[in-house]
Ligand binder design. Structure first.
Ligand code: NAP
Length: 255
């Protein structure tokens, strides 16, 4: 694509093997970006590149896109990812989307320390590690970048059974606002998106009865599609949002 919103830009997407991350790869590539799909599940990331990116449509070719294995909660894995990207593309990405995330739901009174730690390690520390590593690379290369962190609407309001998850997502918003303040002088924008209930594997764990009651609170009366979040990710990646930084944007159908 010659005139896409993000033509010619290199984009890193974490959690790219599923859901919102996969849709981000799809829409960013449709708008002309070269996509690096990174996920704990390498095969799923490769499937994203082969089946969902624009250059790959209609063939098995991967174009200039790449799939890489990544555990966002492991500093060594994040460093290896940066080295692999620099080796392959000779430049850090201009766009970084932090979409990797997990849930380990339980009542506050029953939540294990292990499940608390694992959610905070992936959702909050993982976002920190990727953001710090790639923002550093962007500033050293004098790249005007855009970082998009996927938080959640429950980070604003809380949610039954999700004290660990909602805390991690509230942390992502606060960290995004702080990073925006620190990185603005390097021309790096940092924004957060707070999705509501989006139709991906992560919401399949929510019991039907709970989901039914939740949907009553959504004025648009339905789950969101992953691409409806990906379109906002792509807008925030592009020059159309050139004066937006430190924002936290709800994508919830009005919830
Ligand atoms: P998803 O379909 O489960 O996708 C998340 C992806 O992240 C999966 O491919 C997962 O791999 C991967 N991942 C998990 N741990 C990782 C790690 N340590 N390092 C690298 N990759 C890892 O979920 P989604 O709905 O697209 O969620 C994407 C983001 O949006 C998450 O941050 C989520 O919290 C947020 N969000 C989702 C919703 C929603 O309703 N769907 C609402 C608000 C916010 P495995 O499958 O192998 O674990």
């Amino acid at each position: 694509m010659v005139n896409g919103l993000v033509s010619g830009r290199l984009a890193l997407v974490t959690g790219a093997g599923s859901g919102i991350g996969r849709a981000a790869c799809q829409v960013l590539s449709r708008e002309g970006a070269t996509v690096i799909a990174a996920d704990k599940n390498y095969d799923a990331a490769l499937e994203t590149i082969k089946k969902y990116t624009a250059l790959a449509s209609g063939s098995n070719a991967t174009g200039d896109h790449t799939a890489l294995e990544l555990d966002v909660s492991d500093p060594k894995s994040v460093q290896s990812l940066l080295q692999a990207v620099l080796k392959e593309y000779k430049t850090p990405p201009r766009i970084v989307v932090n979409s990797a995330g997990i849930t380990r739901d339980n009542w506050l009174l029953k939540l294990s320390e292990e499940d608390y730690d694992s959610v905070l390690n992936v959702n909050l520390k993982g976002t920190f590690l990727v953001m710090q590593t790639f923002a550093k690379a962007m500033t050293e290369a004098s790249i005007a970048g855009s970082i998009i962190n996927i938080s959640s609407i429950v980070g604003k309001y809380g949610n039954i059974g999700q004290s660990n998850y909602s805390a991690s997502k509230a942390g992502v918003v606060a960290m995004t606002q702080t990073a925006a303040k620190e990185l603005g002088k390097f021309n790096v924008r940092v924004n957060a998106i707070l999705p509501g209930f989006i139709d991906t594997p992560i919401v399949k764990t929510v019991p039907d009865k709970v989901m039914h009651n939740m949907l009553k609170l959504v004025p648009l009366g339905r789950l969101g599609e992953p691409t409806e979040v990906a379109e906002v990710i792509t807008f925030l990646s592009s020059d159309k949002s050139s004066f937006i930084s430190g924002a936290a944007i709800d994508v919830t159908g009005g919830f």
